[in-house]
Design a protein around this ligand. Sequence first.
Ligand code: G6P
Length: 620
Amino acid sequence: MCGIVGYVGVNQAAPILLEGLSKLEYRGYDSAGIAVREGKEDPVVVKAKGRLRVLADKTDNGKAVHGTCGIGHTRWATHGAPSESNAHPHVSNDRSVTAVHNGIFENYQEIRDKLLRNGYTFYSQTDTEAAVNLIDYYYKKYKMGPIDAIAKTMVRVRGSYALAVMFRDYPGEIYIARKDAPLIVGAGTDGNYIASDVPAILQHTRTVYYPDNLMMGRITADTIEFYDLNGDLVKLDPVEIQWDASAAEKGGYEHFMMKEIHEQPRAVADTIRSYLKGDPDKEDALLSVDLGKIGITDEMLKGLKEICIVGCGSAYHVGVTNQYVFEDLVKIPVRVELASEYRYRKPVLDPETLVIIISQSGETADSLAALRISKEHGLKTLAIVNVVGSSIAREADYVLQTYAGPEIAVATTKAYSTQLIGCYLLAIGFAVSRGTMQAHEESELLHELLTIPAKIQKILEDKERIQWFAAKFANAHDVFFIGRGIDYGICLEGSLKMKEISYIHSEAYAAGELKHGTISLIEDGTLVIGVLTQSELYEKTLSNLVEVKSRGAYLMGLTMSGNFDIEDTVNFAVFVPKTDEHFANSLAVIPLQLLGYYIAVSKGLDVDKPRNLAKSVTVE
Ligand code: G6P
């Protein structure tokens, strides 16, 4: 999704904007632009379709555009095709107002019509240009200051937005406004920054403000002010970001995705250790889950009737796996919902339901809407999020933070792995609190959980085997993933990793469903990947593999060490270390992440920025 960067200070703005935008490339975009001004001069606007490189070449890496105050944008087209005229920044008719925008103004057509009636004209098809002119309209008609003109616009528009605006009459000032789209302000020593995500400014400052929904701001080289919709000043406290700048660099890896795959042992360990009571380094320590850290009490859990897990993409897959884990350990009904469906479906839920929203970014539009709807219905909400200060983290009743650190590659790996851990910890903690698990069993499970990072490391050390196998199947047209129970959850994620970065059609099937249609797609040489980590279901899925083999499929089997007889059936076997079967996903997903990665690399594809995809989906 679109990215925003802004800077006002003592340095030249354009190189800072371009470098900041490059840190947001992972969000996905199709065009880019900057507007930079020196003192009272009008902003110089430069835009380019395509990669940021084109804009950098056009401006000599920003050196050709002079000025110490500016805003920049990478666009992911919603209204109007990717083109230079639709790219941001957009300017009002007489260039009094210049702005960049993330999100969607839903009633932009109505606003355009109103402005057309008032003599305005339009050069682009974007909703943003309508909003920029609306600000200009109020600014002039009512002779308002920037804050009041923006506030009046905010009341008139519908939709979601993060806006950064410059007014010709107010040199050295950037104004911001946000509703349901992320925007942060960074306080630096040589000027101040704005951005739609932390990595864009991490190199300059770690002191960050998170304006609330429907808040505005005025940023100059040495002041940062926030305002509410009435135009009254509001005081915000800054947050110190713990992530360091190197966390958003590739650190010697060819791609962010590979770096992030290798960060999983660390990310998983940090997340487990953050929620433990007892000494995790002592073999005989009695360990328990620290639910108090999240604010959850035994009393609240006692009355719970149901759990509803909601997410999008991989976060939803975490929910699918953990439906099995929660039901088995906590003995409570669990349903898993796609946020985009849940928000419009009027789900009938017991008032004593806990809604668990899973989101890496904490800004996914559908997940945020699902959270808000749940709260409106009086349900308790718990968010598993990676980004502190994100909208979902701020609005949920309870928050379990994952410690993946910044995730840059579009295809999630380490955030997904930490979300799994978050769910396991909750399931174990809930089970003890509700009396379906004894304290000693909890401790044993937690000791086992602490072995997961080293086991992931072991799988990573053997990655060349997967690389070899990937080379054989780089030209595959279709791949099927089959498994049952938790293994089905693993299949969903393995299949998504495959299709999103290698562009190979793939599907995940609950193995028992194959016979109801999909088996007719199996031809000579079709790759079928069976996931068999659950001992109770092992033979069932094995039979399904035999069925597809007899129709010509080429089989890869993924199972736990010890199940060596799988080699009698499959053409290529991958073994992951043994662990408690509830945690199998955490290990089995690693070879599947590697498989998707290596196939994409061998096809020469842009692994970190797959076509048409965005890291953070902040529009519906
Ligand atoms: C996008 C990303 C996925 C992610 C999904 C949900 O589609 O590419 O990797 O799983 O959004 O994002 P969230 O930030 O809510 O976890």
